[in-house]
Each structure stands twice: as structure tokens, then as C-alpha cells.
Ligand binder design. Structure first.
Ligand code: 5GP
Length: 129
């Protein structure tokens, strides 16, 4: 069965898209730790990040770096943190999270954003890509 993220890639499930290439997609996390929390995924559906072939892994990191640099310019924060977990969705994804404190990387406190907040965030990040 297709993962929830494959359904986002195909458009079956809507998302707030930040960036897309033939092989990768970046979109806002629907339950963000902080405003600007973004997920970068390979379109190839693989469960665990270190099972990716080396080229896809390295290209995912390069894609995530570009998106992270744009997030850091768009969203006021001390830095952008990166995390890979994957316990909820078995489709490789890199979390990029604007950090102001350790709390922001702990996946405990969640930011509550309106649809307008998500749309504004997409616009703000895309302006730096
Ligand atoms: P993990 O698998 O790394 O533990 O977490 C999966 C992440 O995907 C969570 O932060 C969760 O909020 C996010 N997520 C789960 N389902 C969806 C969805 O349908 N759309 C979006 N944009 N994010 C999702």
C-alpha cells in the first residue's frame, strides 16, 4: 500500500509544498514542532534512510540543505535543526525544524497554525529558493 507521503507526492492527499524536483519533495509538516517545520522526502518510497542507495541519500541531503538555508532566511530562529525519525511514517523523511530552544527539536510541544499561517510560511520560504 502506498505510504501517506506517496499519496502526497501523487496529489491524492493535499500538502503545503515548498520545493519539488524529479526525485524529491519538500512540504510543511502538518503537526509542526515550530512554524516552518518542513519534511524533505525522496519520491522513491523507502522505509529507512540508511537503506537508500548512496546517490539518493546524498542527493536528499543536498536537497534538504537548500531548503534549510531558505527556511533559516525566512523564519526567525537561532538555526535550523535536522532530524530523522520515521517511527510514524515508513517513508524516508528529513525533518527541518527552525530552532529557538531544545524544546523545538523534542517533538513534544507542537505549534498550532491556521491554514493562513501555513500558506504564509510557504510563501516566505519559497521567496528564498
Ligand atoms: P516520524 O515518522 O518522523 O516520527 O514523523 C512523521 C511526521 O510526519 C510527523 O511530524 C507528522 O506530523 C508528519 N505527518 C504525518 N502525516 C502527515 C500528513 O498527512 N501530512 C503532512 N504534511 N505531515 C504529516
Amino acid at each position: 500500500m502506498a505510504s501517506i507521503f506517496s499519496k502526497i507526492i501523487s496529489g491524492e492527499i493535499p500538502s503545503y509544498k515548498i520545493a519539488e524536483t524529479d526525485d524529491f519533495l519538500a512540504f510543511l509538516d502538518i503537526n509542526p514542532n515550530a512554524k516552518g517545520h518542513t519534511l524533505c522526502i525522496p519520491k522513491k518510497e523507502v522505509n529507512k534512510i540508511f537503506d537508500l542507495d548512496e546517490t539518493t541519500y546524498l542527493n536528499l541531503m543536498a536537497f534538504s540543505r537548500k531548503v534549510a538555508i531558505a527556511i533559516e532566511k525566512a523564519i526567525p530562529c537561532k538555526r535550523v535543526g535536522m532530524s530523522v525519525v520515521g517511527l510514524e511514517v515508513p517513508h524516508v523523511h528529513v525533518h527541518l525544524i527552525p530552532l529557538n530552544s531544545m524544546e523545538d527539536i523534542r517533538f513534544l510541544n507542537k505549534a498550532s497554525l491556521t491554514p493562513e499561517d501555513f500558506q504564509d510560511t510557504v510563501k516566505a520560504i519559497k521567496a528564498y529558493l
